[in-house]
Design a protein around this ligand. Structure first.
Ligand code: FAD
Length: 408
């Protein structure tokens, strides 16, 4: 495929270490780096087609990178309508509907409430308009909560409250979802190797020679296709792949969440923070509430990201601005922080595109790089990636659109 990024620069070729194990030099159709939701999704879609597929993951289990640090929503992203990302919202809602059918134990619709105050940045008419468009894409109508029903909501502040909207979106456990996709991929024959750190690959004679280290031993395998699904480590991985290619510039945006020991019973709340950003307050497990997220440009290494004091204060303040019951750091039982991978552009963080990029390479044939994307759309991105695999399928009728996923 011709992408704006397929003009590639050849840099250097280094010798590859000799294989050191008897499992080495196995030949695969597809090797995927990273067992987050994206890598798991590609493995599932590839294995369903009958391709010999291997996933290399540096952590001891799947879903230990960004895919356990999201807001855990399978959603269209109401707020993306504001930045004109209609196609993305439509695709997300299509995928939400598929996941509700295919993974009913893992993905569940919950009500979301949007309180609008006299001094809210977004007026009621704007939210009403956004929800009309959302309904058009999702076929799930929204409503305006009657004033007489406000007392039955969780204790949001009523002073200057003008209107409360109620709509539906879906919630999941991101890590459990990732692991269910891994199990599905395995059931179709995909192999996963954990504690295995991809270290280098080089393309030559129609195949990628791939090195990874496991238990301090260097292994070498071969594959026709190499798929880089390493999330926020995407550029670290890209720098180990030869011949080198020009990849579109990206930005990392950190997002923090806090979990507090307060129960939220009626559904999730979509709040407006001081800086006009959206912050979610979401019921979590039996007795807790998840509050997030922040969005801060990040330039450190992808391994060391953590919620900062500033992030925590911002989330606590946003909650306290909207709820009668005040929380403090004492209520926090956990914090986590993940990195969004976004294409670099001049827009503010809030208005940056949340679409994923699938980049192919001419200098390094068979290399496909997944940049960005959402938990919600993992299946659609995986389907697109696998549609680019030019190897004859063994099972041409199978696809992931109707494949069931279970908690396991
Ligand atoms: C704060 C935040 C909130 C979000 N909320 C939502 C949400 O509510 N809904 C939604 O749809 N999306 C959400 N997203 C987006 C979503 O979480 C991500 O798009 C998704 O989890 C990314 O998955 P991934 O597989 O690409 O990356 P990851 O999950 O990070 O997986 C990459 C994997 O690659 C592995 N890896 C890296 N380097 C190597 C190597 N050298 N060798 C072997 N393995 C390697 C890593 O260990 C990791 O497991 C959110 C993102 C953030 C940051």
């Amino acid at each position: 495929m011709n992408t704006p990024y397929s003009h590639l620069i050849y840099h250097q070729v280094r010798p590859i270490n000799k294989p050191t194990s008897d499992i080495d030099n196995k030949q695969y159709d597809i090797v995927i780096i990273g067992a987050g939701i994206q890598g798991a999704g590609v493995a599932q879609a590839a294995a369903i087609c009958g391709y010999k597929t291997l996933v290399i993951e540096k952590h001891p289990l799947s879903g230990m990178g960004t895919s356990c640090k999201s807001s855990k929503l399978i959603h269209g992203g109401l707020r993306y309508l504001e930045s004109g990302q209609f196609q993305l919202v439509k695709e997300c809602l299509q995928e939400r509907n598929r996941l509700l059918k295919n993974a009913p134990d893992l993905v569940k619709l919950i009500p979301f409430y949007i309180p609008v105050y006299g001094n809210s940045f977004r007026p009621s008419w704007k939210i009403w308009l956004g929800l009309c468009i959302y309904t058009l894409f999702s076929f799930k109508p929204f409503e305006i909560v009657k004033k007489s029903q406000w007392p039955s909501l969780d204790p949001i502040k009523k002073k200057d409250l003008r209107c409360v909207f109620k709509y539906y979106d879906a919630q999941t456990d991101d890590q459990a979802l990732t692991r269910s996709v891994v199990r599905s991929a395995q059931s179709f024959g995909a192999e996963f190797i954990y504690n295995a750190d991809f270290s280098r690959s080089e393309f030559g004679q129609g195949s990628h020679t791939i090195n990874y280290a496991k238990d301090k031993i260097n292994h070498t395998i071969n594959s026709k296709y190499l798929i880089n699904c390493s999330g926020p480590w995407v550029m670290d991985t890209q720098n180990k792949i030869y011949p080198k290619q020009n990849t579109p510039p990206i930005e990392l945006i950190s997002g923090s969440h806090i979990i507090v020991n307060i129960k939220t019973t009626q559904g999730a709340y979509y709040l407006e923070a001081e800086d006009k950003r959206a912050v979610f307050v979401i019921p979590w497990k039996e007795k807790h509430t998840l509050i997030g997220t922040t969005e801060t440009p990040y330039t450190g290494t992808s391994d060391n990201v953590a919620a900062t004091k500033k992030d925590i204060d911002y989330l606590i303040n946003t909650y306290n601005k909207h709820f009668n019951m005040k929380i403090s750091e004492r209520n926090i039982t956990d914090t986590f922080c993940g990195l969004r991978v976004l294409p670099q552009d001049t827009n503010s963080v809030f208005h940056k595109s949340r679409d994923s990029l699938i980049v192919e390479s001419k200098l390094c044939p068979g290399l496909i790089t997944a940049i960005g994307g959402k938990l919600t759309t993992y299946r659609a991105s995986a389907e697109l990636i696998v549609s680019k695999i030019n190897i004859e399928k063994k099972y041409s009728k199978a696809n992931t659109r109707k494949t069931k996923l279970s908690i396991g």
